[in-house]
Write a new protein. Structure first.
Length: 381
């Protein structure tokens, strides 16, 4: 394994430590202050400077993340609040008050995007023939029913892992189950995420899923940019940009300093997958860590399961973030998406699987290698 730029065998490491925690590991903790008080956290440290915190009480998503002391994500001023502060669907936007923030939020499992009313006739309850779902639904503010974590040696490698089960269910409605596994290892600067969503109910149920990555300062700053192999982006209706296709093609990837009065921008970007069906996108900042030529993060995901990519560009003061958002479908009413041919409905017992990897690009050589490895496509930058 690689520790502080040197290679060590398992025996060499164990000879030098009283506990492997000197190098890295995963441990269960709990927050004691503010809106996060009482929520649990699984802290991963890989020994490379890559550290991230899994939140069992918040959809089993990743909260804070950093590399070598450099923060990677946007955090709300109240911190990552416990799910008991979620206000249901009183105004349809409670997710914005409690759910948003941290490295990523899972959106779904029934609906994504703006608030909507979803047909529910198939569940056979005459008092609930349709049901309201708020912004990005509620899985991100649902605690895991069960979870476990650990570290295991496999020959010379020490794997760090966590797995959890999060249920979204209601009597006379959906019963969808998210099973998630994180895996990394000592000496790594990336984490692999595997999700499996199963319909454990007895009726057909609509299912949508979106991963809402929230990248922030200091990684995000003037001079940073998004790189990917992509086609022509579509400017969504809620975008503040008023430009032609060529301008949009460059605009969605750009980063500025915070802008007073900025609203929000969103784009659907056709991503080009590699020969294995995986697409990749990165945020790189060559002005950060100038001694090594920059720092960046990448997301590589299975585009066969997540065929739509939404780019969120938020240059507002205070809410200053770039969003990576691979998803099963574009935003829209479930009934309309089904009519358009999107396979939202899941049969009883059916499951769907999602794979992705999030990791670091440390230095100019790693950044350049990522860009060189992107599939050839119009718009590759």
């Amino acid at each position: 394994m690689r520790i502080d730029q040197h290679e060590y065998s398992r025996a060499d490491v164990l000879r030098r430590v009283g506990s492997l925690a000197q190098v890295g590991g995963v441990q269960l903790m709990a927050y004691e202050e503010g809106h996060a008080r009482g929520t649990r956290a699984l802290e991963f440290r890989t020994g490379t400077g890559f550290r991230f915190v899994v939140e069992p009480d918040r959809g089993f998503d990743i909260g804070f993340a950093e590399f070598g002391g450099t923060g990677l994500c946007w955090l709300p001023s109240k911190g990552l609040a416990g799910p008991w502060y979620y206000e249901g669907d009183l105004d349809g936007h409670a997710w914005l008050r409690v759910g948003l923030g941290g490295l990523f939020n899972t959106a779904g499992l029934v609906s994504i995007g703006t608030p909507q009313t979803v047909p529910a006739e198939q569940f056979g309850f005459t008092q609930r023939l349709a049901a309201p779902y708020g912004t990005h639904d509620r899985i991100a503010v649902t605690p895991a029913s069960t979870f476990a974590h650990g570290q295991d040696w496999e020959d010379e490698r020490c794997r760090l892992w966590a797995r959890g089960t999060v249920r979204q269910e209601i009597a006379y409605g959906e019963h969808l189950v998210l099973e998630r596994r994180y895996e990394t290892e000592i000496g790594s600067s990336s984490v692999h995420i595997h999700d499996r969503v199963t319909n454990e109910g007895w009726f057909e149920t609509p299912h949508q899923l979106l991963y809402h990555f929230n990248l922030g300062f200091p990684l995000l700053g003037d001079g940073a940019e998004v790189v990917a192999a992509h086609g022509t982006p579509q400017d969504l209706s809620f975008s503040t940009a008023d430009a032609g296709a060529d301008a949009v093609a460059a605009h969605w990837r750009s980063v500025t300093d915070p802008v007073a009065g900025f609203t929000h921008e969103g784009y659907i970007v056709p991503m080009v997958a590699d020969a294995h069906g995986y697409a990749a996108v990165a945020l790189v900042n060559r002005r950060l860590r100038p001694d090594i030529g920059g720092l960046g993060v990448y997301l590589r995901y299975d585009a066969r399961a997540l065929p739509v990519y939404v780019a969120w560009r938020m240059m507002r003061e205070g809410l200053y973030a770039i969003g990576f958002e691979p998803t099963t479908t574009p935003f829209g009413a479930t009934r309309d998406l089904i009519a358009e041919g999107f396979p939202l409905m899941m049969a009883p017992g059916e499951h769907r699987e999602y794979e992705m990897e999030f990791g670091m690009l440390v230095g100019a050589e790693a950044i350049d290698a990522f860009i060189a490895g992107l599939p050839n496509a119009r718009g590759r930058e």
